[in-house]
Design a protein around this ligand. Structure first.
Ligand SMILES: Nc1ncnc2c1ncn2[C@@H]1O[C@H](COP(=O)(O)OP(=O)(O)O)[C@@H](O)[C@H]1O
Ligand SMILES: [Mg+2]
Length: 390
């Protein structure tokens, strides 16, 4: 679904950008390779000189600086090399869950105690087809950035692993779970980013970090790897609030959560729900999910239509689930009208973007919960039950 795989650029621009990146990659790797050889020589001789002059403190200190700068440059060259070398990796089935846990252990050691680490990792073991070192790199880079964003004030770094179906519109009785995707989210409560910064974060060498602290390559490497794995990466952030990085990767078919298991665990109900979204495919899918859970659903594909249905007989609805942005009516306006007609009616707002939840002003609205599109059956089941039971 394009909501989760959103990108604002037209295809031609993306292609042009892709070509530019490829050329840049070839150029960069050539330079980086030579650069590493030169650095090896600098480091080697600086070390030799250091051995010879251990009795001269000043020389020792200066050589120490030379070495430290050289190591940093070598790291940079290494990053550039891994950035441009995406084709020659060895892909095989990789279990993601243990790798995430492993990386979090590594990261824990490097973060100050003011940063808490939370993990919400599904019991289902997810397998993807990838080079383990690439996956490791993706995780390390995202977690390092998150840690850096919270260096000053502390906060919470959270990593979640779940799965979802990418092509919600393709869901049908015959094919209830098309192309399962792994969703890996790394979030932090750090300083966040302005929209101007977000625009450039995936550009190679773009960094807002002071000299030596950042190479500006982390995220462009991450993006390169994710693309190479036929995945997508999206970002949501707000200055002062924190950031979310979502990585979507195709799962190896047999490792998605078994269907029976989710059905057994999700709560059911028989209440009457008004479901509003101007995307017909989404309404259809939501309706199917909710009806399977036992609910009675009135589907609407327009705000006005929903309002009419509701006003006609407010007593016949126990819950409303509505989209935020619709062509004919703003979801917020709809919510206002609905709660005027029937104060206290439970309302769940559904949106494709977490940004909406941050940016929009929901004060004064009678809202009970948010749900993020695309949702799966278990997610909607839980939210609906919780709101109805409140
Ligand atoms: N979790 C985050 N919170 C805030 N800003 C971030 C985060 N992740 C990345 N950024 C921004 O994106 C920029 C580029 O990141 P990256 O490519 O990893 O390079 P580097 O970390 O070396 O600066 C960072 O300098 C920072 O401005
Ligand atoms: Mg980084």
């Amino acid at each position: 679904m394009e909501e989760i795989l959103k990108t604002n650029e037209p295809l031609e621009e993306q292609l042009a950008q892709g070509r530019k990146m490829e050329t840049l990659g070839i150029l960069a790797s050539g330079i980086a390779h030579d650069f590493k050889n030169i650095l090896t020589i600098i480091i080697g001789f600086a070390e030799l000189a250091l051995d010879d002059h251990t009795n001269l403190p000043k020389v020792k200190r200066h050589l120490g600086e030379v070495l430290e700068a050289s190591y940093r440059a070598k790291d940079l060259a290494q990053q550039i090399l891994s950035f441009s070398r995406s084709g020659d990796k060895e892909k095989r089935p990789v279990k993601v869950n243990p790798m995430v846990k492993e990386v979090l252990k590594l990261i824990r050691a490097s973060l100050p105690p003011t940063i808490e680490i939370h993990q919400d990792i599904s019991d289902t073991v997810y397998e993807i087809y990838a080079d383990p070192t690439q996956l490791h790199q993706v995780l390390m880079n995202l977690c390092t950035n998150a840690g850096h964003a919270m260096k000053e004030k502390g906060g919470v770094l959270e990593v979640t692993l779940s799965d979802l179906n990418r092509d919600l519109a393709a869901i049908s009785e015959e094919n209830p779970a098309p192309s399962p995707y792994l969703r890996l989210t790394v979030s932090d409560t750090g300083h966040g980013m302005t929209p101007e910064v977000i625009q450039h974060i995936f550009d190679p060498f773009f960094t807002t970090k002071i000299d030596g602290e950042g190479t500006g390559l982390g995220l462009s490497i991450v993006q390169g790897i994710v693309k190479n794995l036929d995945g997508e990466i999206t970002v949501e952030s707000q200055p002062g609030k924190g950031s979310y990085f979502h990585v979507f990767l195709p799962l190896l078919e047999n490792t998605a959560a078994p269907k029976e298991k989710t059905t057994a665990a999700v709560p059911h109900g028989n209440e009457r729900i008004l479901l509003v979204d101007d995307e017909a495919a989404l309404v259809n899918m939501g309706r199917k999910m909710l009806e399977k859970l036992g609910y009675v659903v009135t589907p609407c594909t327009a705000g006005l239509e929903a309002l009419q249905a509701f006003c006609h007989d407010p007593a016949s609805f126990d819950l409303v689930i509505t989209d935020l942005t619709m062509r004919d009516m703003d979801g917020k306006q709809l919510i206002r009208e609905l709660s005027r007609k029937k104060p206290g009616v439970p309302i769940i707002l559904c949106t494709g973007y977490t940004q909406d939840i941050y940016r929009e002003d929901f004060s004064g609205l009678d809202l009970d919960a948010f749900i993020l599109k695309p949702y799966n059956k278990a997610e909607i089941a839980r939210v609906v039950r919780r709101v109805l039971d409140q």
